[in-house]
Design a protein around this ligand. Structure first.
Ligand code: ZN
Length: 311
């Protein structure tokens, strides 16, 4: 008998820069019109998704990882390793950088570093993001910071729906207002805030971590442009977005049916558009699920756009 697909309940998080598109686009029951993040597939203690399957009533993805490691291929590790979010940025997010595993292990009590990637679901005309910087040396970067030459320092690039960005540790980055993205990342929360546009939250600037940011930022900026390849399989078009040491991410457009053979320890699936069935189980836009280890063949049917990822 086949193992059940794990259906998850997203965790919605308010953010000062958030908006209401998680309701207007995806239909989620958001806590306020300042909702920035949907933690769609998460076993992280700051937003652990409930498992909807009656067979696992009361469990979360985080608790299942501990109690039923066989569902995830008996992988090592204390917690579910990936985190999938949908982010609605109505306003600009602060500019941040993440350490790698080695730096985080030494300086953040054995934490993991963070590698992440963004798939642009939608954006306003003229939307941009910050990715990287224009300093040639750390000295030049320090000087530009001291002289408040932020717009010259930060590398701002225009974006379009369907764009994809891989953000390695050491890469300065920020989502800017008017952008809806799906983020796939290592499940870690170690973030250094580099610049916040001089904004105030509750009358005070939010703390910056300039020294740590400078210590971990890659100088000069190393551009990362994963080669994308699209293959057709039956009625599906599958685009390989990236493979890095922490995850592989794919996008599928399906108009009809396709049979996939899942052999990974687990696969995260986020339905971004349309409706259909996975081995007869109905799914629709906004649903997120995990395909457990040893699942094997699955017939997908319908008109669907989805992102899937695995380690
Ligand atoms: Zn980040």
């Amino acid at each position: 008998m086949k193992r059940e697909l794990l259906h998850l309940e997203p965790v919605l998080q308010e953010k000062i820069w958030g908006g209401k598109r998680l309701r207007t686009v995806f239909g989620y029951d958001i806590p306020s019109d300042r909702t920035g993040e949907c933690w769609a597939i998460s076993g992280h203690s700051n937003g652990d998704c409930k498992v909807k399957n009656p067979a696992y009533a009361g469990e979360t993805l985080g608790s299942l990882w501990k109690k039923h490691p066989e569902l995830f291929g008996n992988l090592e590790g204390d917690s579910f390793p990936l985190l999938i979010k949908i982010i609605d940025a109505q306003d600009d997010l602060s500019i941040q950088v993440h350490p790698d595993d080695a730096y985080a292990n030494v300086h953040e009590n054995g934490s993991l570093g963070k590698t992440e990637c963004w798939y642009v679901l939608d954006c306003d005309p003229g939307a941009t993001i910050i990715i990287g910087h224009n300093a040639k040396t750390k000295e030049e970067m320090q000087q530009m910071i001291d002289e408040n030459r932020w717009s010259e320092l930060l590398r701002e690039v225009p974006i379009q729906k369907g764009d994809f960005f891989q953000i390695n540790p050491g890469c300065l980055h920020a989502i800017k207002g008017g952008t809806l993205i799906l983020e796939t990342q290592q499940s870690s929360d170690v973030t250094y805030r580099f610049y916040d546009y001089g904004r105030l939250a509750d009358g005070k600037p939010r703390p910056l971590h300039i020294a740590q940011s400078l210590a971990v930022t890659t100088v000069p900026h190393a551009a990362e442009a994963p080669v994308q390849e699209t293959v057709c399989k039956e009625d599906a078009k599958i685009t390989h977005l990236v493979t890095c040491p922490y995850y592989a991410v794919y996008r599928m457009e399906l108009n009809g049916s396709v049979t996939m053979d899942w052999a990974q320890p687990f696969v995260n699936v986020s339905i971004l558009k349309g409706e259909g069935t996975l081995d007869g189980e109905p799914v629709k836009m906004g649903d997120h699920l995990v395909i457990p280890a040893g699942y094997g063949e699955m017939k997908l049917e319908g008109n669907l756009e989805l992102i899937y990822s695995h380690i």
